[in-house]
Design a protein around this ligand. Structure first.
Ligand SMILES: NC(=O)C1=CN([C@@H]2O[C@H](COP(=O)(O)OP(=O)(O)OC[C@H]3O[C@@H](n4cnc5c(N)ncnc54)[C@H](OP(=O)(O)O)[C@@H]3O)[C@@H](O)[C@H]2O)C=CC1
Ligand SMILES: O=C1O[C@H](COP(=O)(O)O)[C@@H](O)[C@H](O)[C@H]1O
Length: 393
């Protein structure tokens, strides 16, 4: 794959083979990487009689990306440490969320990983933080005076974080049924976005400084009560003559499973000076009508609005900022304006920043490539390391 004597970077993937191979074709091979995508091939590939594995005189850096259910993380790392860690370059391991089911199992995961790795070799990632519009969130806030100025309970009435998928579990029950939608999506993807959205200005753009500010947001959060949350599980249904299975019809799910596939958290409050009294609403579900992920920021009504009577039936419509992470990435601000012509009739329009559908779906590849190539290419907000705060669902 690469000329003898040169440095190579190798990627060991466990799980989701197709994704890894797809990425390797598009990005990694161009950069002279080798992808070893099946954990069970490691033995044959690396355990060479001279004990040098695939190094054979070359400096080899190795990155392992664990796209397997969390209950096999440690076995895979143990196996890789025996057979495939680099002998003369660096070895890095990417671990995907969720990092345990609660604080205790999260700490146990870290303890176990550290039997084989130093902390700076472990990269805990949440691929939502690599999505273009999530990365853009802090740029939007901290480089535009107009937004940061409005970013508080004084002007914002509520914030909604919404994730929906229009397909069900599709054979992923071995992982998903142990975690459910709260641990799969809310406790990580949505909570990370919330923390980025709500944090104070970090001291710098260094990962550690951003993480510190996010942790402060989480520590100010009032714990949710059971009564604040609605959960559900999707049933079978028929649409346009096609029938779709229920969650428990999936072969990888026990037929008496009560694991939630939908959850809505009515109101999460951040008890600090900036956000006191502003409800953050979270909603996440599988097998819903649409696929999408968005942040909706609803602003307060204009006090004593002069034009109240000109709005027609829907009185005094407040502004709304929508950050649509997917599909069809966009940021738009709903504003009120006058319909051109005689008289004063008002209408709602979107001030619209619509992204071209260019290379926006690369979040995961971008993160892996950043970890592989050079630390400085990883967006500072995306890697959650051991000092990240773990929040019990
Ligand atoms: N699916 C997604 O879109 C995303 C998933 N993730 C994270 O990735 C991780 C895995 O999720 P997902 O890919 O959905 O899970 P899956 O249930 O689809 O499992 C992934 C792979 O793990 C392998 N696997 C399962 N059990 C074992 C085992 N006991 N020993 C060895 N290999 C095993 C399977 O390989 P084989 O088929 O060869 O048995 C399977 O292809 C989770 O941490 C999840 O949070 C993160 C972001 C997105
Ligand atoms: O982490 C996960 O994310 C996917 C959704 O990711 P997306 O980038 O396609 O929106 C979700 O399907 C999966 O359950 C979860 O583990």
């Amino acid at each position: 794959m690469f000329p003898a004597g040169e440095k190579s970077d190798e990627v060991g993937g466990a799980g989701r083979n197709r994704t890894t191979i797809k990425m390797s074709r598009s990005i990694l091979f161009q950069a002279r990487f080798i992808v070893v995508s099946n954990a069970f091939l490691w033995n044959a590939y690396y355990a060479r009689p001279n004990g040098q594995g695939a190094e054979a005189g070359r400096i080899s850096n190795r990155m392992f990306y664990l796209s397997v259910p969390p209950n096999v993380f440690i076995d895979v790392v143990k196996c890789a440490s025996k057979l495939a860690f680099s002998l003369n370059g660096w070895t890095r391991v990417i671990v995907e969320k969720p990092f345990g089911r609660d604080s205790e199992s999260s700490a146990a995961l870290t303890r176990n990983l550290k039997q084989y790795l130093e902390e700076d070799q472990i990269f805990r990632i949440d691929h939502y933080l690599g999505k273009e519009l999530v990365e853009n969130l802090s740029v939007l806030r901290f480089t535009n005076l107009v937004f940061e100025f409005l970013w508080s309970s004084q002007y914002i009435q509520n914030v909604q974080l919404i994730f929906s998928e229009d397909f069900g579990i599709e054979g992923r029950g071995r992982y998903f049924d142990n975690y459910g939608i709260i641990r799969d999506i809310m406790q990580n993807h949505l909570l990370q976005i919330l923390a980025l959205f709500a944090m104070e200005t970090p001291v710098s753009l260094d990962a550690e400084d951003i993480r510190n500010e996010k942790v402060k947001v989480l520590r100010c959060m009032k714990p949710l009560l059971l009564d604040d949350v609605v959960i559900g599980q999707y049933k079978s249904h028929t649409k346009d003559g096609i029938s779709y299975p229920a969650y428990i019809d999936d072969k990888t799910v026990a037929n008496d499973s009560l694991t939630p596939t939908f959850a809505a958290a009515a109101a999460i409050f951040i008890n600090n000076a900036r956000w006191d009294g502003v409800p953050f609403l979270m909603k996440a579900g599988k097998a819903l009508h649409t696929k999408g992920a968005q942040i909706r920021v609803q602003f307060r009504h204009v006090p004593g609005n002069l034009y109240k009577k000109s709005f027609g039936t829907d009185l005094d419509r407040a502004n709304e900022l929508v950050i649509r992470m997917q599909p069809d990435e966009a940021i738009y601000l709903k504003i009120n304006n006058k319909i051109p012509g005689l008289g004063v009739r008002l209408d709602r329009s979107n001030l619209n920043l619509h992204y071209a559908a260019s290379s926006l779906s690369l979040s995961l590849s971008k993160l892996r490539l950043g970890i592989c190539c050079s630390d400085s290419t990883i967006p500072p907000a995306v890697v959650i390391t051991a000092s990240g705060h773990s929040y019990d669902p």
